[in-house]
Every structure is written in C-alpha cells, then in structure tokens.
Design a protein around this ligand. Sequence first.
Ligand code: ACO
Length: 432
Amino acid sequence: MTDKYYLKQEDASDNGIELTVRKPIQGPPAIDVTKLYRDQGLFTYDPGFMSTASCESNITYIDGEAGILEYRGYPIEQLAAEADYVEVAYLLLYGELPNSTQLQEFDEIITHHTMLNENLKDFFGGFHYDAHPMAIMVGVVGSLSAFYHDSLDINNPRHREISAHRLIAKMPTIAAASYKHNVSEPIIYPSNDLSYCANLLQMMFATPCESYQPHPIAVQAMNLLFILHADHEQNASTSTVRLAGSSQANPFACIAAGIASLWGPAHGGANEAVLNMLTEIGDVSNIDHYIDKAKDKKDSFRLMGFGHRVYKNFDPRANILREMSKKVLEELADSNNPTFELALRLEEIALKDDYFLERKLYPNVDFYSGIIYRALNIPNNMFTVMFAIARTVGWVSHWMEMMSDPKQRIGRPRQVYMGPSRRDFIPLKNRS
Ligand code: ACO
C-alpha cells in the first residue's frame, strides 16, 4: 500500500515535490526517495541510518518503544519459552514453523553438514597461538568459498539453500576449532547424536582422552541465548551482509563480512566488553566512579551493555536473560557470584541516574549474555563467537531474502562532499 507525501520549501508557491510513502504491515511508514535524485537532483543525508529503511523485509519486526521483537510474527517471549534453536532457524529461513517431518528433515540436513573439509582443518594451525577466535572466524568462514564450489551459483535458489545449510551447520564446528586452537588442544569432531547446542559444547570441552557430557541447564541456556541472538532485522552486521551480497559476492564472503562487523564493541563485541568492564570495576564500591566516567563526555568510557539504537524503554531479550542468568548461576556456579551481584547493582544504580533515564539507556541483550556464558565456562574471547554462530541463520535468511528480491540492486550510498574544491597538482619540489 502506498500514499503520497509532499516535500515543500517554505516560500515555494507550488505543491512541492510529490513522494510516495510505503506503508508497512507494522511500524512507521517510509518515504520512498529512490527517484529524488533523478527527478530533483537532491540526495537525502542520514549518517548512521537514523531514519532510513534500507529494504523491505518479511523476517523480523521490532518496536523499540514498546520493547517488541517478533520473528516472522511470533513474539520472542513465546519462542524463548517453547522453541528449539533449530526450529527457530527453520522459521527464520523458510518463513513458517516446521511440522514434525519438516523439522526432522531440517535437523538431519544441518547435522550432516557439520563436518569440515579435512584440508580446511589445516588453516587453524596457520594462526598465531593466541589469535583472537573472532579473527580466526573471519578468516576461516571467508575461506569456505574455496572449498564448496559446488554451491556457489548465487542465481540458483538450490545452491543458495545448500550454502545456507552449510553455513548454519559448520559455524559451531569452526567456532569450537577456533577455541581449541586458542587453548592448544586437538580439534574435536562433531557428534551426530547430539543436539545443535550440545554438540557445540561437546566440540569445545571434550578432548581425545575424555568425553564430555554437557549439563542439561547449559544446553538449555545456550539454546535460549541462540534463539534471542538469531536475528535482529537490519542491524550493523546484517546490513553489512546485505551490502556485501548486493554486489553478488558469494555467501561465505558475505557472512565473513558480517562476522567482522559483529566483532566491534558497539555491536556483538559488547558481550565480551561487558565482562571486561565488570572485571575492571571489580567491586560495588567502584560503581559510582565508573558511572561518572560513562557520563563524562571527555572520557571515551561507555557503560557496555547499555543503550540501543532501537530499544528505548527496554530490550525484551535482556529481561529474558536476566531470569536465565539467575537460574544458570544457581545450578552451575555460585549463586552469590560477585560478578552477577556487581552487574545487578550497576544496573540498579544506572537506572536511577538522570543521565541514563534522559537518554533512555537500558541494559541490552549483551549485558547478561556474557554472565551466562561465563557460568558455562566459556572464556570471554569466545562470547562474540557464540553470538556469531547464533546470528548466522539471521544473516543467511536476510541474504536469501535479498537475493530473491526482484528489486535488489547493488547498495551504493551517496555522500555530501565537504573536501577541497578542484586545485592544481603541486610538484614535490615546490611544496613547503
Ligand atoms: N554509556 C554512556 N553513554 C551512552 C551509552 C553508554 N553505553 N550509550 C549511549 N550513550 C549516550 C551517548 O553518549 C549520547 O549522549 P549525548 O546525547 O549526550 O551525546 C546518547 O547516549 C545517545 O547515544 P548514541 O551513541 O548517539 O546512540 P546510538 O544509537 O548511536 O548508539 C549504541 C547505540 C552503539 C548501542 C550505544 O548505546 C553504545 O555504544 N552502547 C554500549 C555498547 C553496547 O552495549 N553495544 C551493544 C548493542 S546491542 C547489540 O548490538 C547486540
């Protein structure tokens, strides 16, 4: 459905420029400015995409004011309470919840794609012994296109689907191998009789000399974290995947680009940064000092895990994770965990502070995810890797959606040039 919008200069005598308004199923309408330059010679200016919709999408809906997150129309709270991650992956990828036959078939496909090409394993040895696992992920995932040539025709829907399955299936294997490299232990093969999350834990914590039985609460917590992190519409990493894919790059290269974007502390790297920050704060008595630092505009310190571009009242994922962190700490670690106590107290103090209230800064999903991962014995530098595994299905779903969209064109933003005007070259000898 469309409507008309008129862009008019204050002193203009005519009706102004007529623009089409695109009406979404939910959310604010969007003014279509695609022909603005062609018809009027004008660009729009919106650094950081504060008010710009980059595409139409059927996958995920967020209402940041109301704290609503829905995958394909299903509220995140219901999916978190009742679904399995693989079921949610199917939903995101294909648009509908699977029936039991579809789920069984999908689960089997994912399970049977978890192994890595043996030659790919050699890549891990090439990384420095203390390489950050996210650096390894960017490199190894990018290299997958060198191994799976048989599914690289991006114009073939079946090839796209096989690549999507491979990425979802192999990501935990690559992640666990990155961890094993980091701790100088042999890579452990996937085990087909385990669930997606149990298999990941097994590949991380088993050794050739000792099998590993994941604790049921650890599997449950990871399943929950993965569901909550599975998609979040046009965030920085998903938009990176779409932009890379818009040039018709292969899916493995696009997902590697998404992983690189996720790594930043303003995005997925925040979960690692939260734990580092809590360690730095160290004690409840130091909280006030760090709150002052976060408020000081001359200080680059920010309260990690606080604030969100879209959520302005609460992040529904953070509410779900706060409860899960209590449960995990009760079952697996010391429930009087000082880090958790510190996090709760920091949240309490920040939520009473005018600076945070005025700017609508609330804990986001990553304020609690790191605390849970820590309780599962996952080291800090693997937190963002966990996020990347979970988000892979979101990235490939958006990539698949984009690739089958007839309106898809190469992404190519414009700019407002503010540099020097044309000037003549000065030979080196004449420069001061
Ligand atoms: N601590 C202190 N001040 C903050 C914080 C914070 N965590 N977040 C925002 N602010 C302040 C800004 O300084 C700014 O203040 P001003 O208006 O006085 O200049 C105001 O709040 C608005 O902040 P912006 O940076 O303009 O908001 P934006 O939407 O661009 O950024 C972001 C959102 C990147 C998430 C930001 O809140 C942040 O850096 N948070 C910490 C990192 C983090 O937790 N990232 C994870 C996000 S969730 C995810 O990606 C999974």
